[in-house]
Design a protein around this ligand. Structure first.
Ligand code: ADE
Length: 229
């Protein structure tokens, strides 16, 4: 069973549309669609935006469906001059950029308890996603740290800060919390994001223009990956 989580409808709607043998279960207001995609058993959920909503969804999915791997799909703001709208960023690891206990002597982004800043994604899944994405798209496929926080980033200054502190290639609002939940449950995960904006002052306009096409791109990629997972 493969778990697939997206924050918004556009990020999961095409996956739900092609699912066969579909059944649904609603838990804590999230609908879990289980069935087959490309003949692989999957559970797909739209978790809602942000770290709390996505953590609730990931934990609930793991406890109820026992997925062997969890994939977080959707859009992100690109960080860095070589990351363009429409590009794919596959997570080497996830950081929560708004986790900050530096005032009591910790490293920025440290997840207390786990004692790590970056939660590593499954290298097997990263390699599989990257090789499939390169086969389909050729260029514009990147592997890097993805930075998560409860903020839509739309400022060059904030963006540069996240890049400097964590060397991140993309920013979004759910991957880091899903990563933390998977990590403590010993479930393999990877985050696959297509860039909808560059997290700068034009991010709101670009997001409105490109979120749908970029979100659909990650769903298309998932369908190509599933048979080899
Ligand atoms: N998701 C897509 N674009 C984003 C941005 N600029 N900040 C946070 N999450 C995003």
């Amino acid at each position: 069973m493969i778990g697939i989580i997206g924050a918004m409808s556009v990020e999961v709607e095409n996956l739900i549309a092609v699912m066969t043998d579909k059944s649904t279960q609603t838990i804590s207001e999230v609908v879990y669609y289980s069935g087959k995609i490309e003949n692989i058993d999957c559970v797909v959920a739209k978790c809602g935006v942000g770290k709390v909503a996505s953590a609730i969804c990931a934990q609930t999915m793991i406890l109820n469906y026992h997925p062997g791997a969890v994939i977080n799909v959707g859009v992100a703001g690109g960080i860095g001059e070589n990351i363009h709208i429409g590009d794919i960023v596959v997570s080497s690891g996830l950081v929560q950029h708004d986790m900050d206990t530096t005032a009591i002597g910790d490293e920025k982004g440290l997840i207390s308890g786990l004692n790590i800043v970056i939660v590593p994604a499954s290298s097997r899944l990263v390699d599989l996603v990257v090789s499939t994405a390169k086969q389909i798209y050729g260029q514009g496929v990147h592997v890097g740290v993805i930075a998560t926080g409860d903020q839509f980033i739309s400022s060059g200054d904030r963006l540069k800060e996240i890049a400097r502190e964590f060397g991140a290639s993309a920013c979004e609002m759910e991957g880091g919390s899903i990563a933390q939940v998977c990590y403590i449950n010993h479930v393999d995960f990877v985050v696959i994001r297509a860039i909808s904006d560059n997290a700068n002052e034009a991010a709101n306009i670009d997001f409105a223009a490109f979120a749908i096409s970029s979100a659909h791109k990650t769903a298309e990629l998932i369908m190509k990956i599933l048979p080899s997972i």
